[in-house]
Design a protein around this ligand. Structure first.
Ligand code: 4AD
Ligand code: MG
Length: 478
């Protein structure tokens, strides 16, 4: 039998029943005969107070254990659950037995430095240096629980709507986004390939593990399209990799992406799906993570709960890229120092532009459609104007882009000609082009950055603090 979790013990009616509590010590207060030990097991915010009375019935090993006990040690406590005389907690454990499973030293020694987490608040930067202990803090414990529940809600949303969870490969040979920001996967020895390159000017990848050049995937979309045009609705939810040199608070080199792909769906259907999906997740979080949200509202970003409620209720604004540029140009003309980058038709929206559009123009999330084809990926459906594509980005206040998606080009000739324009070899994508050769259908999909979603919901400022083990430029230590 697994031991009880503190979150469940806290819900029991105290009737002096025997309980066993396992967790890590948050604090110990020694007051003459009484010793108060707060034990936390990360199942919820609250710690369970265990009170030891030196004068009454402690077992023989408990007294020395109490004497050496420090913050961070792992313990198992046995006692009786009683109603607590102290304010701020309904129950506590009147304890008679304490066993230390693993010490956590309070002082530096030669072998091991003192337990780094103290009761005081630590900065996010400090905690990032001790990634293996971050989850012992309230903030990271809350992020971990919330991530897990939201992941489950995402699966529930799609599973209940006829979408099949598709496992797309991590190792691929194509560039799904055509952006070139990929990590290469190879078993060739770099010392040997460097020599080969120096003498012949090229590298023979037929000698590599997969007999061709391969990479970590930037997106599961192309594979998802293959299955959507066979089983109608699929979604992926897995790690994706980008070797962009973007050292920002919203970029990771390894992040999790949710990518639904739907056959017989056009851009408008895709937009409606994205909005319904996000609202479902916001409502699920409000319902199922109330304790965590209250914490983020109090300590990380004031007003986050009210904000989520409003967003879950209101219709998302829609604007075309062309109109968005118009709004930004107007704003830039009336205030010369508003933007670092001047908005101009044909240029990608910078995060300052996305911020302005959500916070000043729309006053909430906004879906931008109809981007110039030059700044979007090769697979997006060309509009009749021949200049824009049926793309959609969902932008949210504070963060900017949270979702990127599109209707896909389902016309074989148009897709091949676009790939040619971009210098892509259509032979490399012939399996993908087959979808347009045999029973092609209008289809659409989008990608949600899971960490950006968690950032938006929690108000956490840096994306590295909403993923357990962040991988970003210069960071892969743990
Ligand atoms: O806009 P992106 O690049 O779109 C795609 O990858 C498409 N294949 C999706 C699709 O249509 N199936 O990425 C989608 C989302 C972005 O909106 C953003 O939320 C997130 O993925 N994202 C990142 N998140 C963290 N770190 C990065 N470096 C990210 N790059 C994109
Ligand atoms: Mg994008």
């Amino acid at each position: 039998m697994l031991p009880k979790l503190i979150k469940d013990i806290l819900c029991e009616t105290p009737q002096s029943q025997e309980v066993t509590v396992s967790g890590w010590v948050r604090t110990k207060r020694d007051m003459k005969n009484l010793v108060f030990v707060e034990v936390n097991d990360g199942s919820c915010f609250a710690s369970l107070q265990c009170t030891f009375d030196r004068g009454s019935g402690l077992d023989a090993q408990t007294e020395p254990a109490l004497a050496s006990l420090g913050t961070g040690a792992s313990v198992t406590v046995k006692g009786r659950l009683i109603s607590s005389p102290a304010s701020g907690q309904a129950v506590e454990v009147s304890a008679y037995s304490l066993r230390i499973l693993g010490d956590a030293p309070a002082e530096n020694s030669l072998e091991i430095s003192a337990y780094p987490l103290q009761k005081k608040r630590h900065s996010m930067e400090f905690l990032r240096e001790i990634a293996h202990l971050r989850p012992r803090t309230n903030t990271f414990g809350a992020v971990a629980r919330l991530r897990s529940r939201i992941a489950f809600a995402i699966h529930r949303y799609f599973q209940e709507r006829g979408f099949h969870y598709l496992h797309t490969p991590v190792i691929t040979s194509g560039d799904a986004e055509g952006a070139g920001a990929m990590f290469q996967v190879t078993t060739l020895d770099p010392a040997i390939t460097a020599k080969e390159f120096a003498s012949s000017g090229s590298i023979d990848y037929t000698k590599d593990f997969f007999a061709k050049k391969t990479f970590l995937t930037v997106s599961g979309q192309l594979e998802a399209e293959t299955y959507a045009t066979a089983v109608s609705r699929v979604y992926t939810f897995g790690p994706t990799f980008r070797a962009e040199n973007s050292n920002t608070t919203r970029h990771l080199a390894e992040f999790w992406m949710v990518e639904p792909e739907t056959a017989f769906a056009e851009l408008e259907d895709n937009m409606a799906l994205a909005e319904d999906f996000l609202k479902y997740i916001f409502n699920a979080t409000l319902d199922e993570c109330a304790g965590e949200l209250a914490f983020f509202d109090a300590h990380i970003e004031k007003g986050i709960i009210e904000n989520l409620r409003q967003v879950a209720d209101a219709k998302f604004a829609h604007i075309t890229y062309t109109d968005a540029i118009g709004e930004l140009e107007k704003a830039a003309a009336s205030n010369k120092s508003l933007f670092e980058f001047l908005p101009r038709w044909g240029c990608d929206l910078q995060s300052e532009h996305e911020k302005y559009l959500t916070e000043k123009v729309a006053g909430g999330p906004v879906i931008v459609t109809g981007y110039p084809k030059e700044i979007k990926a090769f697979y997006m459906k060309l509009t009749d104007d021949n200049r824009t594509v049926r793309a959609m980005d969902v932008l949210v206040p504070r963060l900017g882009e949270i979702i990127g998606g599109s209707q896909r080009e389902d016309n074989l000739e148009k897709l091949i000609s676009r790939m040619r324009e971009l210098g892509m070899k259509s032979e490399d994508y012939s399996w993908y082009l087959d979808l347009r050769r045999y029973g092609s259908v209008p289809h659409s999909g989008f990608g949600l950055g899971f960490e950006r979603l968690i950032q938006y919901i929690t108000g956490m400022a840096n994306i590295r603090d909403v993923i357990p083990f962040p991988r970003a430029v210069g960071q892969a230590g743990f």
